[in-house]
Design a protein around this ligand. Structure first.
Ligand code: ADP
Ligand code: MG
Length: 262
């Protein structure tokens, strides 16, 4: 992505995002952990091609929100649909829908005893039963895209944290997901490695990938997000374009949060 100027924060990275169909829709989603009402009546609709950054204080329910979207956590009430299909509780339908939702965590979770290339090839071969030759070609193209093709035959421990996280992104993309979820993907990285991961994510956003990104990287939010969703205490308190949100937060909670991190 060679752009001369930084895209304006108020303009969607991907114009299609303004018109895309709803891809991930949460309606009146509630979840408790014992007495803790961790998700309170969450309503959120993410359109095809849209990049939504979720921010908010620690403990506000951001990770839980991500985990419910591919049913790593069950919900108590409400519905979650991906591509118009309600997420089932279990069974084959769940495996298929889950494979449409790629997820990248703070910890990279690569398989230590498999090479980088094997890590990326594993899902499509084991879960999707795709042919090895086809998957290999796609995996190498993805490793090239995230800038680590020359590390394909190494093992995760031989790579830096930033490289490992880029492999984790390639591994998620290898499943050809419809939407990518990122939960604080740069929080565990040394500062000098953060940008190499954010650059890959920015490029992905520019290519039209639908993304839900939990991050405190405000530069990324301004550069790549169509919308910022601010969560506190299990609720979506406000949402807006990055420009509006950062310059003119409406709620006291958001003002307070921004005053601490900006
Ligand atoms: P965030 O990602 O915004 O920091 P989380 O979604 O991780 O927030 O957590 C929201 C709240 O739910 C926190 O109070 C946390 O301690 C609690 N929580 C998260 N996971 C569990 C769990 N598996 N069991 C009990 N409480 C949990
Ligand atoms: Mg979290």
């Amino acid at each position: 992505m060679a752009t001369e100027t930084e895209p304006m924060a108020s303009e969607p990275t991907n114009p299609a995002a303004a018109t895309g169909d709803p891809l991930v829709v949460l309606e009146n989603v509630n979840k408790h952990f014992g007495p803790l009402h961790v998700l309170q009546d969450i309503n959120l609709s993410v359109r095809t091609g849209e990049v939504v950054v979720v921010i908010g204080p620690s403990g506000s329910g951001k990770s839980t929100l991500c985990r419910t979207i591919n049913r790593l956590e069950p919900i108590d009430s409400g519905t979650i649909t991906v591509s118009g299909e309600v997420l089932p509780e279990e069974g084959k339908g769940l495996a298929r829908l889950r494979s449409e939702v790629g997820m990248v965590f703070q910890s990279f979770n690569l398989f230590a005893h498999k090479t980088i290339l094997e890590n990326v090839m594993l899902g499509p071969i084991k879960v999707r039963k795709e042919k090895s030759a086809v998957v290999r070609e796609r995996a190498m193209a993805l490793l090239t895209r995230v800038g680590v093709a020359n590390q394909a035959d190494k093992y995760p421990a031989q790579l830096s944290g930033g490289q490992q996280q880029r492999v984790a992104i390639a591994r998620a993309l290898a499943m050809q997901p419809k939407v990518m979820l990122f939960d604080e993907p740069t929080s565990a990285l040394d500062p000098e490695m953060i940008n190499e991961v954010l650059d890959v994510m920015t490029s992905l956003a520019g290519d039209g990938m639908t993304m839900i990104v939990v991050t405190h990287e405000m530069g990324f939010a301004r550069r790549a997000a169509n919308r910022v969703v601010f969560m506190a205490d299990g609720q979506i308190v406000e949402q807006n374009t990055p420009e509006e949100f950062f310059t003119n937060p409406q709620s006291e909670r958001a003002q307070d949060f921004l005053s601490k991190i900006l």
